[in-house]
Design a protein around this ligand. Structure first.
Ligand code: GDP
Length: 315
């Protein structure tokens, strides 16, 4: 991800460095190239506009004209402003004063929620927490089993209503009966019972996996909102597939209006998408990116550092 954007920005800066003093025209030409590179990388238009405006204003100020190396100063400004649109400081998970901390995962189907649930559980366990995973995605027959598989790999227990389908997605006879019943099972009740279980057994973080749909729809939003109201999450994390480009921003806005969230997780950052989603979501929603998911393995997971991501882009 970001390969093309990085190349374009580094070509722009190389050009800039070849100049000594910078005229207003040099700065404007640079801003135009940065703006085009960001738009071509699928960064949302309002984010590009604000970014370009701020960089231009700062690049034309005394901070640059009086600098020993004006081109380097412009690069530093771009770096700082990239950090700002990525959310500024790294933001840790908010832990509840009275455990368990409840973390609700929301997002479209296929966004990477269930995978992320396992990765986050593993990460928290390594940090010395005692997490519990809760399978409140009852839409897909194998979602519960999938969570049980990642839970086992992560070494973290899973609270699930009943045994689910088998690993290959088929539903065995006994599972099928369960599945028929569970379609009537209430994901809100499962989520609530899961949090109760965590409280009773003294797990200190509960991660609730919820159902997604292929597209945003009212029923799905309502279910996520009902679960939110039942479990009072300390964090609601919106998991978004960085590969979906511009759609990431509209999806984020729909979830922001429908459920509300306190933080973002970018998944599939290992893909070769142009990266605009990653660069837009924090700025558009005003919510920080807490984690990034970078592959299918449980260890393909990073705490998101805006400054490191900005450096990677400008590398
Ligand atoms: P959910 O429907 O939101 O629970 O999504 P899943 O966790 O089931 O993920 C959907 C698909 O994306 C699965 O095939 C995952 O293996 C894959 N996946 C999830 N996260 C990542 C990631 O960070 N990188 C890559 N390459 N694939 C991922």
């Amino acid at each position: 991800m970001f390969a093309t954007l990085s190349d374009r920005l580094s070509a722009t800066f190389k050009n800039l460095r070849s100049k000594g003093r910078l005229s207003e025209a040099d700065i404007d030409a640079t801003i135009r190239e940065i703006r085009r590179a960001l738009l071509d990388a699928d960064v949302a238009v309002p984010v590009v506009r604000e970014f370009a405006g701020t960089v231009r204003e700062r690049a034309l100020s005394a901070e640059v004209s009086q600098a020993l190396n004006p081109a380097q100063q412009v690069v530093s400004i771009v770096h700082e402003e990239l950090i700002a649109i990525l959310g500024g400081q790294q933001r840790p998970l908010h832990l509840a004063k009275n455990p368990p901390t409840v973390v609700l995962l929301a997002g479209l189907q296929g966004a990477g929620k269930t995978t992320l649930a396992g990765k986050l559980a593993r990460h928290l366990r390594e940090e010395g927490h005692t997490p519990l995973l809760v399978a409140a995605d009852l839409q897909r027959p194998n979602a519960v089993t999938q969570l049980q598989v990642v839970g086992e790999r992560a070494g973290v227990p899973v609270f699930a209503p009943h045994p689910g389908a088998s690993d290959d997605g088929t539903v065995p006879e006994e599972g099928r009966r369960w599945w028929e019943r569970s379609k009537k099972a209430d994901p809100v009740a499962v989520a609530r019972d899961g949090v109760e279980e965590a409280r009773a057994k003294q797990y200190d973080v509960v991660i609730v996996d919820t159902a997604g749909r292929l597209g945003v729809d009212a029923e799905m939003m309502q279910q996520a909102a009902d679960i939110r109201d039942a479990v009072h999450p300390d964090e609601t994390l919106f998991v978004v597939d960085a590969m979906i480009g511009q759609d990431a921003v509209t999806t984020a806005q729909a979830f922001s209006d429908g459920v509300g969230f306190t933080g973002v997780v970018l998944s599939k950052l290992d893909g070769d998408a142009r990266g605009g989603a990653a660069l837009s979501v924090a700025s558009v929603t005003g919510r920080p990116i807490l984690y990034a998911s970078t592959g299918e393995k449980l260890t393909d997971f990073e705490v998101f550092h805006p400054d490191r991501m900005a450096s990677r882009i400008l590398d």
